[in-house]
Design a protein around this ligand. Structure first.
Ligand SMILES: [Zn+2]
Length: 236
């Protein structure tokens, strides 16, 4: 269940927005960037909108590459799984706007420049590069071994941190490979592609395997590598 909240108003992915935030905090979220269509990255979008639909002035913009927008239109906000909020309460002033962003095209929201970068998962997926005047971070979202993300991250001025995933332990490498995820072993190879000396935070460990993943990540003995803590605020 993945969500990263930036400066109170912007979220990267929506696997846990309505679960983690109070109603007052949810109202402040105006822009959400969705990396891919999988439920653990999108499943609280319907409840976030439903919870706040009647709040005065509430509206939400969701940004994603065209393939991900199409998937949300066809499979989520399709008037079957959930109402199509892109035409509610009416077509002229809907509470939800789905905004297509091309890969590597920047969007400016609330002082942040955010750019989707394709990664290597089993459905069309992008990570995101987030920049302001002082800091840049790279969030890979779900991915197996990938290339372009690291290339872009290595070139970022003011890079402060990278957030990437490790979903399965080494003994489930086959499963990680067919599902487009990393294990500590493939993470180690990915981190060889990172040419910058910055902290790397991990998310995505499947709960059943978290203990093994933690042990195997620690065994990599990489000083600036740690697992992202749920609910914690990080400053970059
Ligand atoms: Zn996924």
């Amino acid at each position: 269940m993945t969500s990263l909240l930036l400066n109170d108003t912007v979220a990267l992915d929506a696997g846990w927005v309505s679960g983690a935030l109070s109603l007052k905090e949810q109202e402040k979220v105006k822009d959400i960037f969705i990396s891919h269509s999988h439920l653990d990255h999108t499943c609280t979008l319907p409840f976030l909108i439903d919870n706040n639909f009647s709040a005065p002035g509430f509206s939400l913009r969701i940004y994603a590459i065209p393939e991900v927008v199409a998937s949300m239109k066809n499979h989520l906000f399709n008037n079957a799984t959930w109402p199509d909020f892109t035409s509610l309460p009416n077509d002229l002033t809907p509470v939800l706007k789905l905004v297509e962003v091309k890969a590597e095209e920047s969007v400016l929201v609330n002082g942040l420049t955010i750019r989707p970068v394709p990664v290597s998962h089993i459905v069309p997926t992008t990570g995101f590069i987030v920049e302001d005047r002082r800091a840049s971070i790279g969030f890979s979202s779900d991915t197996g071994p990938t290339h372009r993300f690291w290339e872009i991250v290595n070139d970022l001025p003011n890079l402060k941190a990278v957030i990437t995933e490790t979903s399965f332990p080494n003994e489930l490498q086959d499963l990680a490979q067919i599902s487009g995820h990393l294990t500590p072993r493939t993470l180690d190879a990915e981190l060889e592609k990172l040419k910058r000396d910055v902290p790397v935070y991990l998310y995505g460990g499947k709960p059943k395997h978290l203990k093994a993943i933690r042990k195997q990540v620690a065994a990599l003995k990489r000083k600036k590598l740690s697992i992202l803590e749920q609910g914690k605020t990080y400053k970059f």
